[in-house]
Design a protein around this ligand. Structure first.
Ligand SMILES: [Zn+2]
Ligand SMILES: [Zn+2]
Length: 476
């Protein structure tokens, strides 16, 4: 005999973890109600106010984020910008920006592809030139941002305002620790460890040293290199990547999900080297792409693809297209549902009185009632509007005009059928097997957006008599 229960997956090999040598995932023993538990038990620093803000500053970030633009402004007024230094500054902006977007973000924080050692060292160096903290610190915060998006445990929650998510979270001491996120994989990574260890030297060398030395040695523009390729370029890299936390959670559309703040917008993409399709990114964070359409601006994706072509990157992860489209469809249906709800529809069958033939006859003597597809319609307001003339309607008062309406006299349009349904005032007892016939459902209501818990209660009544019976049984 066949076994119908599917066999359980055989137990996997117990993980061979070398105790004390390899770090354990930090979140392996967290309680099931971690978020609630932490919010309740963890102490939060008091909110920043006009009276305490100067005591709450994080001086290292404050200095880095004020001295850099100050140097850039001073340089702009005192040093002539040569075209060579100008071009190099733009080029170096992209190099260091990609260090963050392709390196810190998509490679290390999200593991969306595999990078060879040379590429990893390049990205670690380039990322250091963006002066945004070490890979390990940055990725730890970013993983918390994805795991606890928009909550108190999100280190740069967009719920706390545009400027807080842009720079405020760095300028002030965090009000609470970011939610737990494991980075044990990064602690094991040789390149990440190397960068963390030499970080101070790397930011001096890559942030200011290299951009000064290259223009200095090659075309003798030492100060131009320092001010433009160093300070001004760094100011731009800072605020462009910060826009991923601020602008990308404020500006644009939500084509994949609207549960949280992340949004898609081409402007954000343009200023962030392609990180602007942030609604997609928060839904599918392990996808190496941010933009899925070929014409959308995502140089970070193009860079990773190019690295794959030359053999420096592999295992580029993409989310199954089928699942991506489900998200899109959900959002499209939501918008259609809103449109559907704004329209006025024919009265629900369950709300209409069930009328006997005799009563229908009696009432037709007092007002113009016409029977079509089991529904009784009051056409008083429509008599003079009827394109075929008043006489054709009057002829059917107190009668069944189903055949005439559906082609016997004139095959009415869908619009006419929709309009007719708006005049429904009752249902004829034993009148019509309504759910079995398209004629009973106005064309605009045959395909509708319904929530899963609404699907049981159809607007069409299967049989007036049974329904009345059922109702009475339930009430009894
Ligand atoms: Zn985000
Ligand atoms: Zn991310």
């Amino acid at each position: 005999m066949a076994t119908y229960t599917p066999p359980l997956t055989p137990p996997s090999e117990p993980t061979k973890r070398l105790k004390n040598l390899e770090p354990e995932p930090i979140d392996i023993n967290i309680p099931d109600n971690y978020v609630q538990h932490t919010l309740k038990t963890q102490k939060e620093l008091p909110p920043i106010t006009w009276s305490n803000w100067y005591r709450e500053l994080q001086w290292i970030s404050v200095l880095a984020l004020t001295i850099t633009p100050a140097l850039a402004i001073y340089g702009a007024f005192t040093t002539k910008l040569t075209w060579q230094t100008g071009l190099f500054s733009v080029f170096y902006y992209y190099v260091t920006g990609l260090g963050i977007t392709a390196g810190y973000h998509r490679l290390w924080a999200h593991r969306s592809y595999n990078a060879s050692k040379p590429l990893q060292y390049f990205l670690a160096l380039a990322g250091s030139g963006a002066v945004e903290g070490s890979i390990k610190w940055w990725s730890r915060g970013h993983r918390a941002h994805h795991r606890y998006t928009d909550t108190e445990l999100d280190p740069y929650s967009a719920q706390k305002g545009f400027w807080w998510s842009h720079v405020g979270w760095m300028l002030f001491k965090p009000r609470r620790k970011p939610g737990v996120a494991d980075v044990s994989d990064l602690s094991r990574n040789e390149v990440v460890r190397w960068q963390h260890r030499w970080y101070v030297w790397l930011i001096l060398g890559m942030g200011f040293g290299l951009p000064t030395v290259v223009p200095g040695l090659l075309w003798g523009d030492w100060w131009g290199g320092f001010f433009y390729a160093g300070a001004l370029r760094l100011t731009f890299v800072h605020h462009s990547t910060f826009c991923v936390n601020s602008l990308a959670h404020w500006l644009g559309e939500t084509p994949f999900d609207d549960k949280h703040t992340p949004r898609d917008h081409v402007i954000t993409a343009l200023v962030t080297i392609g990180e602007g399709y942030h609604n997609f990114h928060h839904q599918f964070p392990m996808d190496y792409r941010n933009a899925i359409k070929w014409y959308q601006y995502d140089p970070t994706k193009w860079f990773i693809m190019a690295c794959q072509w030359v053999g420096l990157a592999s295992h580029l992860k993409t989310f199954p297209d089928n699942e991506v489209r489900k998200g899109q469809l959900t959002m499209q249906l939501k918008r259609l549902r809103e449109t559907q709800e704004k329209l006025t529809w024919a009265p629900d069958s369950n709300d209409l009185p069930i009328v006997s033939w005799d009563s229908f006859q009696e009432q037709s003597a007092k007002r113009p009632l016409i029977l079509i597809a089991g529904f009784i319609h009051d056409v008083a307001s429509f008599l003079d509007e009827h394109p075929g003339g008043r006489h054709l309607l009057v002829k059917y008062i107190g009668k069944d005009a189903t055949t005439a309406f559906f082609g016997g006299v004139y095959d009415h349009s869908n619009a006419a059928h929709n309009l007719l349904s708006m005049h429904r005032v009752g249902i004829l007892q034993h009148g019509y097997r309504q759910s079995l016939d398209d004629k009973a459902i106005p064309p605009a209501q045959r395909l509708r957006i319904a929530r899963y818990n609404e699907l049981g209660s159809s607007t069409a009544v299967s049989d007036a008599e049974t329904l009345v019976g059922e109702k009475e049984e339930k009430e009894a």
